[in-house]
Design a protein around this ligand. Structure first.
Ligand code: HEC
Ligand code: HEC
Length: 297
């Protein structure tokens, strides 16, 4: 009997030691990845014309800045409930007083913080496709927002959160930039430029870098094993919609056959409803052209 107790104690101690060693290894390895410094290219910025700055709040809605950074971009804690620790989408009006325009633009389009470290969850790989004019307008608008709200906390990752960094489920944004460059949706023709741009910068967040379906890798977070949501389909599906049905989906989230969808209906009601008629028309025409069979060059 005594012997049995002693062996149990040994086993428990061994298991505990191994668990602590594994936790330490995970912490050290993920810290190593998160502390890596990435080189930053100089950003080309322009003087944003007043109408573009006036339209920036709408653009920020469409691009999801407000969904993650909260109303007025005053900051938001993310993933609290998923056991990942928390990631802070910072209070931007407060934070950017300490940042140069170059640093803000590099965070948005290159996924690096002011110290050259990689950003997490902020979909910079997707935003690397934003034009100089649009980024400049967003920055000018953010500079004019009233600073208030709570001070920024540092992100804090749990062990589970660190595992998602190691296995790539929570990608370091600079690592995804090449993928978003290579898998740009085909631009087809100058006539389709406006629709192509919206598809590549707004829809691609969930429907995948080249719109062929948003399985993985996802720009911000591959939630497959923590929060399984159905993947967004290849946008070839939009070719089956006529303009009226497409407009209805964008404005209300209701799909043909009175279907209410999951995340798609939510993002339509929250954000996509702000697309103008002209934008919806351009997007629809682009998606139809993209789905049409093409002769190989
Ligand atoms: C999917 C959620 C999400 C979206 C969408 C998003 N952000 Fe972020 N953003 C974050 C998170 C999270 C961080 C902090 C990342 C970190 O600490 O690693 C961040 C960081 C930033 C930073 C860096 C701040 C610094 O440290 O210098 C800027 C600037 C920024 N976001 C601007 C924007 C703008 C502008 C948009 C829209 C074009 C946007 N974000 C959209 C989640 C998001
Ligand atoms: C935040 C993520 C997200 C964004 C952004 C997004 N979608 Fe979706 N979309 C989804 C998901 C997920 C589905 C699958 C249905 C569901 O679960 O809601 C979907 C489904 C669809 C469908 C198929 C609906 C059907 O008939 O079943 C169409 C068409 C579509 N999206 C168009 C678009 C277009 C166009 C854009 C850009 C303007 C866009 N989506 C942006 C997530 C998104």
């Amino acid at each position: 009997m005594r012997r049995w107790i002693r062996w149990s104690a040994y086993t428990a101690a061994t298991v505990l030691t191994l668990a602590l060693a594994a936790a330490a290894a995970i912490t050290i390895a993920s810290q190593h990845l998160l502390a890596r410094k990435y080189p930053v290219r100089p950003e080309r910025l322009v003087r944003a014309p007043a109408p573009a700055v006036a339209d920036a709040p709408r653009q920020a809605r469409l691009l999801g800045c407000l969904s993650c950074h909260g109303d007025g971009l005053r900051g938001n804690r993310m993933f609290d409930e998923a056991g990942l620790g928390f990631i802070v989408a910072p209070n931007l009006p407060r934070l950017i007083r300490k940042r140069s325009d170059q640093q803000i633009a590099a965070a948005i389009r290159q996924g690096v913080g002011p110290d050259g470290r990689p950003l997490l969850v902020m979909p910079s790989a997707l935003f690397s496709r934003l034009t100089d004019a649009q980024v400049s307008a967003l920055i000018a608008w953010m500079r004019g927002l009233p600073a208030g709200g709570a001070p920024n906390l540092q992100r804090r990752l749990s062990l589970l959160g660190r595992i998602t960094v190691l296995n790539g489920d929570m990608p370091r944004q600079p690592e995804l930039l090449p993928l978003y460059r290579e898998r740009m949706p085909p631009d087809l023709s100058p006539e389709h430029a406006p629709g192509h741009y919206i598809a590549a910068t707004v829809c691609a967040e969930c429907h995948g870098p080249d719109l062929s379906g948003g399985d993985r890798p996802h720009a911000d977070f591959n939630s497959s094993w923590i929060n399984p949501t159905p993947p967004a389909p290849d946008l070839a599906i939009a070719a089956a919609y006529d303009l009226a049905a497409f407009t209805r989906l964008m404005r209300t989230g209701v799909a043909p056959g009175e279907r209410r969808l999951g995340m798609m209906s939510e993002v339509a009601r929250d954000d996509l409803r702000l697309l103008t008629d002209a934008e919806i028309d351009a997007l629809h025409r682009y998606l139809q052209a993209r789905a049409a069979p093409r002769a190989d060059p």
